[in-house]
Design a protein around this ligand. Structure first.
Ligand code: AMP
Ligand code: MN
Ligand code: MN
Length: 342
């Protein structure tokens, strides 16, 4: 198998921790009574899929372990995934947790309120594929060239013991982070994992349509508006659009309804980088960037305190929309010029 974790060695804190060796789940669960699972704030398909996939697997195969998933509000598109109604949104005041699984989360800060588990659980296992993750668990399994955290979770499970609900959630997670097996992070291993999950009996087509493609009319309208108002910059190599809070209010949509806009933008002829941002509160913007093949947008995002992957990254920035764009563009331009010179 291509990804045995060793590829990630140079990116972690380094010392003699057991990080990035394949996790032995049975060993980690020995003498463990309580497990908490959490993913990053504003959870996406991979954070939700990997968390619920692991949860269903533990429930089925380790019934003696008390497991719970903690995630922020889950967008409607994912409500067909089994176990969403069991996800907890409040962090307990008193935390008594033997083992904490931190999934799909590039840094501690991105855990939001669930960061308390990192502080108070007896042990933290961090499973992730963000290149910007420097490793903050007691045990880290970080593989930047894996398609998704869901793919990494599949690797640590005993395939024969994956229940249908877990297979559905994990397949959904892989589907989302690969953009339905389309992004460059999709490897032969990814396809093999997906095939194995399909063999557990899932309805892949239904999962893809319901969680990825189906949108509400309001979502279609705001997507249309963002596309209509997009601008081409830098000789058509950069495309940019943004949505203000008042526009979201007008259309009656929330931030998760804007998912997918940046992917559509980057698929424009001639475009190398797409920038899309929306206002989370006055003067604060959540930035999403996507790159086709030349620019490392993770580097750009990291320089503003964010992170992600080479081809998909994000950060939060303050100022006017104009300020945000003007801060991002020089770095992107510089990387494009470097590539032009190569
Ligand atoms: P997004 O544009 O929000 O879909 O994010 C693209 C990728 O970058 C995802 O893998 C995110 O988890 C990651 N990402 C987005 N925002 C941040 C951030 N502020 N810090 C670290 N990683 C981020
Ligand atoms: Mn994610
Ligand atoms: Mn992910």
């Amino acid at each position: 198998m291509k990804n045995d974790g060793s590829a990630a060695h140079g990116l972690t804190r380094g010392e003699a921790k057991e990080e990035n060796a394949m996790i032995d789940l049975a060993k980690e669960l020995k003498d463990v009574q309580s497990v908490a699972i959490a993913g990053h704030i504003r959870p996406d398909g991979d954070a939700i899929g990997s968390s619920l996939g692991l949860y269903h697997y533990l429930k089925k195969n380790y019934p003696e372990v008390e497991a719970a998933v903690y995630l922020e509000n889950i967008p409607r598109a994912y409500h067909m995934i089994s176990g969403v109604d069991e996800v907890r949104h409040e962090i307990p005041r008193e935390i008594d947790c033997d083992l904490f699984f931190c999934l799909d989360c590039a840094d501690e800060h991105r855990l939001g309120a669930a960061g308390e588990f990192r502080k108070k659980a007896k042990k933290t296992v961090c499973i992730d594929h963000h290149i910007s993750n420097s490793g903050f668990g007691d045990v880290d399994y970080i593989v930047p060239d894996a398609s998704s955290t869901s793919e990494l979770v599949v690797r640590i499970l005993d395939e024969e013991k994956i229940p249908l609900e877990a297979a559905e959630a994990l397949y959904m997670g892989i589907v989302h982070d690969t953009g339905v097996f389309r992004h460059s992070c999709t490897s032969p291993d990814t396809m093999e994992m997906a095939a194995r999950l399909m063999r557990r009996g899932i309805d892949g087509s239904k999962i893809i349509n319901a969680t990825y493609y189906d949108k509400s009319y309001q979502q279609r309208l705001i997507h249309g508006k963002a596309l209509l108002e997009s601008s081409l910059l830098k000789d058509g190599r950069v495309i940019f659009s943004y949505v203000q809070r008042e526009t979201m209010d007008f259309f009656g949509v929330d931030t998760s309804d804007l998912d997918g806009i940046v992917e559509t933008l980057v698929g424009t002829y001639g475009v190398e980088v797409a920038i899309f941002f929306y206002e989370t509160e006055p003067g604060v913007y959540k930035v999403s960037m996507r790159s086709k093949s030349l620019v490392d947008v993770s580097r750009v995002a990291q320089s503003f305190g964010g992170g992600g992957h080479v081809r998909a990254a994000g950060c939060t920035m303050k100022g006017t929309a104009c300020d945000v764009l003007n801060l991002l563009l020089p770095q992107i331009e510089q990387q494009l010029e470097e590539k032009d010179r190569d």
